[in-house]
Design a protein around this ligand. Structure first.
Ligand code: PRT
Ligand code: ZN
Length: 225
C-alpha cells in the first residue's frame, strides 16, 4: 500500500471518547504513540494514520470521504446526518458496529418546580440545546410546538439564567441535572460510541485492512462483555 494510500481513522482529540478510542485501536493490534501536539499520528506497524479532531468534525470528515473510518457518539452522528440531509449535503456513511463505551442518552429536562404530566406539557416552551435537529425530530413526531435556544455549552444552566424554560442535553448519571435543579422528562435518543466507514468504495487493499481491524474489534468487544 503506497504512502498516500494509508487508512485514515478519525478519533476524538480529547474528551470522553478519546482514551477509549485509542485503547480500542491498540487492543486491535494498531501500535502508535500519541503526541498531544500533533493532529496526525502514524501507526508503527500498519499503514494507518489517526486524525485527532473535535468529535463534531468526525461525521462530516467520514461523509465527505476525507477519512475512511471514524469513532464517534451515535448522538453526534445522527445530529450531523439530519443537519446534512436538511442542507442537501452528502450524509451517507456505513455504521460498522456499535461499541461498548460512550453510553449516554439525550433527554429533555425541566426545572423541579415545573409540573410535567406528559410530552404535551412541553407545548410552547423554549428549550436550550446543542442538538437542535434531534430535538426538532422528536417534537415534530409528538406534534409539540416549541422554540429553541442554541447553546454549545453550559446548557444545564440555561433555565436558571433565564435563557430557556427547559433543556435537551446528554445525560449519563443524572448528577448534572440534579445539581442544577432539573429533572428528566423524556428520553429522546439513546446513544453509544460507534465506528463508521465512508460510503465510498475502497481500494481492495484498504478494504482488506478495514475488514481485518473490524474483525479484531468484534473479538475485542466480545471478550470485554
Ligand atoms: O472537544 P470536543 O468537541 O471533541 O468534545 P465535546 O466536549 O463536544 O464532547 P465530550 O468529550 O464531552 O463528549 C463526547 C461524547 O461522549 C458525546 O458526544 C457522547 O456521545 C458521549 N458522552 C457520554 C457524553 C456523556 N456521556 C456525558 N455525560 N457526553 C457528554 N456528557 C455530559 C453532558 O453534556 C452533561 O454536561 O456530561 C454531563 C452529564 O453527565 P451526568 O453524568 O452528570 O449525567
Ligand atoms: Zn464536540
Amino acid at each position: 500500500m503506497s504512502e498516500n494510500n494509508r487508512l485514515r481513522i478519525a478519533i476524538q482529540k480529547s474528551g470522553r471518547l478519546s482514551k477509549e478510542s485509542q485503547k480500542l485501536l491498540k487492543s486491535c493490534g494498531v501500535k502508535f504513540n500519541v503526541n498531544e501536539q500533533r493532529l496526525i499520528v502514524h501507526a508503527d506497524n500498519m499503514p494507518i494514520d489517526l486524525l485527532r479532531v473535535r468529535d463534531d468534525d468526525i461525521p462530516g470528515l467520514v461523509m465527505d470521504g476525507v477519512v475512511d473510518l471514524g469513532i464517534i457518539g451515535e448522538n453526534v452522528l445522527e445530529e450531523e446526518q439530519i443537519e446534512r440531509q436538511t442542507l442537501g449535503k452528502p450524509a451517507e456513511c456505513v455504521k460498522l458496529r456499535e461499541l461498548d463505551f460512550g453510553a449516554c442518552r439525550l433527554s429533555l429536562a425541566v426545572p423541579n418546580e415545573f409540573s410535567y404530566e406528559n410530552a404535551s406539557s412541553l407545548e410552547g416552551l423554549r428549550i436550550a440545546t446543542s442538538y437542535p435537529n434531534l430535538l426538532r425530530r422528536y417534537m415534530q413526531e409528538k406534534g409539540i410546538n416549541y422554540s429553541d435556544c442554541m447553546l454549545k455549552g453550559s446548557v444545564e444552566v440555561a433555565p436558571r439564567a433565564g435563557l430557556s424554560d427547559g433543556i435537551c442535553d446528554l445525560v449519563s448519571t443524572g448528577a448534572t441535572l440534579e445539581a442544577n435543579g432539573l429533572y428528566e422528562t423524556d428520553v429522546i435518543y439513546q446513544s453509544m460510541a460507534c465506528i463508521i466507514q465512508s460510503a465510498e468504495e475502497q481500494e481492495p487493499g484498504k478494504q482488506a485492512l478495514i475488514d481485518k481491524i473490524l474483525s479484531r474489534m468484534n473479538g475485542v468487544v466480545r471478550a470485554r462483555e
